[in-house]
Design a protein around this ligand. Sequence first.
Ligand code: COA
Length: 259
Amino acid sequence: MQYKNILSETKNGITTITINRPSKLNALNTDTIGELHAAFDAADSRNTKVIILTGSGEKAFVAGADISEFADFSVEEGQDLAARGQELLFDFVENLPIPVIAAVNGFALGGGLELAMACHFRIASDNAKMGLPEVSLGVIPGYGGTQRLGQLVGKGRAMEMIMTAGMIDAEQALNYGLVNHVTTQDELLDLCHKIAGKIMRNSSTAIGAAIKSINANFKEGVDGFNVEIEAFGRCFGTEDFKEGTTAFLEKRKADFPGN
Ligand code: COA
């Protein structure tokens, strides 16, 4: 499929999705959110074992939701913007059974940091700057930021970051546990590929079940322990489980069929 605002390429089991509006620091407008949804939805677990999400250019991952689009919105339109965005992109990415790594290559602000936080984990380049500056615009994060930031860095740090509307650098983000690794911009995608390679050696069906179970801990009204028990049981019916246990007993490396 041809996209206007993003690039998507699949090679050796890794799909790299690049938000490609560098002149607007990759700000997320409605079209871009729609295209990102389509690209994530198109990732087929038979060909794609890991997805890497990054931004085009050297300056930004995503500098936020596109402010020019919502500056004159009404209360209802504002609510609809947040609800549709969360459903189409942010919750969608978080709940994908395929691992999604955010390669944070520069500014990740507002909706950009919210998007990175919806990914399963984050790796940053040393020039990256992260923050939720919405209150400086008279609004709050609306793409899950008030929920996911606290989950990742703790309530007090989330409160401070959101109230001050400030930015933290990559080192502080590492210190906060907001990103898992920091590297140079040149080496960012290589490190993502290296980690993706480690993930791809494992059972993709089991990884999908693990993502669902880990996410269950953060869902209102869901008993994560029960989700885990059910998902654990279902693994026993997969070809991957047969291959994984057989390979171990035969003292060889598993070659998972992915079903
Ligand atoms: N929405 C719409 N356009 C944006 C944008 C956003 N969130 N962030 C950057 N842009 C646009 C700028 O308007 C500018 O476009 P122009 O050249 O047509 O005027 C272009 O991207 C480059 O940005 P600029 O501000 O000139 O770059 P800078 O290096 O001086 O500053 C930032 C970089 C990230 C500090 C600054 O762009 C910024 O504060 N962006 C908004 C961040 C924000 O509040 N995000 C939360 C939104 S809810």
